[in-house]
Design a protein around this ligand. Structure first.
Ligand code: SF4
Length: 366
């Protein structure tokens, strides 16, 4: 009976905007319940893995091209991309967030992948400079290319002065806020390097994981990427993914996972004046948030609810926030669900009714 089923668990109430249909959407997300606003400084992309098979943005770009939308008039490679979906930068959109006074969660590049190989590094620095200059907003970046994100945001010093990783990228951000610079973004004020922390406290970076193969490839790269919040979008989930091994009730965890718990280690030695070096126990980067969802739309592939249940249990065991978005079109059809995407939690098994958000009060982890 419905009344016996526990209510949704939430760390914070969803935005009143969260059910609003989004006209331009990303990586197979059709109703982005976990954000409030989209911002597309680039559009277009190329398929890179199994999760891209039914890319929503690719289909949407074709429609937008047919409607004459100016941002979608350049065709991409017909094998990996499609009509209106060539990777294109849009410098004219860079200043949009400067005009949004009310704080909001902003999904960056719902119609592209910000870390696509053809997005120039200087353009990325401009995007990050705008995010640094608008700390009232929280930016959510989702990429299937976390290896490039890690490389760029932790770039090694090439000037011979021994700068720490990422320092040159931060300099490029400052350059984007400097009026006489060729990369200057109008409206930015010089000094963001000193005004902003690093990693930027208002930027969350996530990667898409559709099956175990891409979990193994992308999660380690994400954990090397500096971000205030690191998250996974496991949608469309098309295979089981083991984030930490099955949990046996009453018997605890069979093995540790560094993805959910952080890799244990030791700090640099602290001088004590006694000749004995002291090191404190530390924990390395870990995931902060996991979103799970089945595929929706034409040609949707099935998600076994047991795969989602295991992920929810693993996250709960490690106290990582988890958000179940939908169980997908195939599940909805087979279970005569009230929502065609399986997006109504009232229809789900009780253990899947979880919609949590990460807490962001702690200091960003590098
Ligand atoms: S990476 Fe995302 S936007 Fe790019 S083709 Fe794949 S699903 Fe589409």
């Amino acid at each position: 009976m419905r009344s016996e089923v526990p209510p949704l668990r939430r760390h914070q109430p969803p935005s009143p905007l969260h059910q609003r249909p989004q006209p331009s959407e990303p990586c197979a997300v059709t109703n982005i319940q976990w954000t409030e606003q989209t911002w597309n400084p680039t559009t277009g992309c190329d398929r890179i893995s199994d999760g891209c098979l039914n890319c929503y943005a690719l289909s949407m770009a074709k429609r937008l091209k047919g409607m004459g939308s100016a941002k979608y008039q350049t065709d991409g490679n017909l094998t990996t991309s499609g009509p209106g979906f060539a990777l294109t930068t849009h410098p004219d959109t860079l200043t949009e967030p400067l005009r949004w006074k009310k704080p909001r969660k902003v999904f960056v590049n719902s119609m592209s992948d910000l870390f696509h190989a053809r997005v120039p590094r200087d353009f990325l620095a401009q995007v990050f400079a705008v995010m640094a200059a608008t700390p009232q907003h929280t930016y959510q970046i989702l990429t299937k290319r976390p290896d490039r994100a890690a490389r760029i945001l932790t770039d090694l010093c090439t000037c011979g002065n021994g700068h720490p990783p990422g320092e040159h990228f931060r300099s490029s951000m400052e350059w984007a806020a400097t009026p006489h610079s060729p990369t200057y973004v109008p409206g930015l004020e010089h000094g963001i390097y000193h005004r902003s922390g690093w990693p930027l406290p208002n930027v969350w970076i996530g990667t898409s994981v559709e099956n175990q193969k891409y979990a193994d490839l992308r999660i380690p790269a994400l954990l090397k990427t500096p971000a205030a919040v690191r998250f996974l979008s496991m949608e469309p989930l098309i295979g089981p993914v083991d984030l930490c091994g099955p949990i046996v009730p009453g018997r605890g965890r069979p093995r540790l996972t560094y993805w959910l718990d952080g890799r244990p280690g030791y700090s640099d030695p602290v001088p004590t004046g006694t000749g004995i070096e002291m090191r404190s126990l530390t924990t390395g980067p870990r995931l902060d948030w996991v979103i799970v969802g089945g595929e929706s739309g034409p040609g949707a592939r099935p998600m076994n609810p047991a795969w989602a249940t295991q992920i929810v249990q693993e996250c709960q065991y490690s106290k990582v926030a988890v958000f179940v978005k939908q169980l997908g079109t195939v599940w909805a059809r087979e279970n005569n669900a009230s929502d065609t995407k399986g997006g109504n939690p009232d229809d789900w098994p009780a253990e899947l009714r979880v919609r949590e958000y990460p807490t962001t009060t702690e200091a960003p982890r590098a």
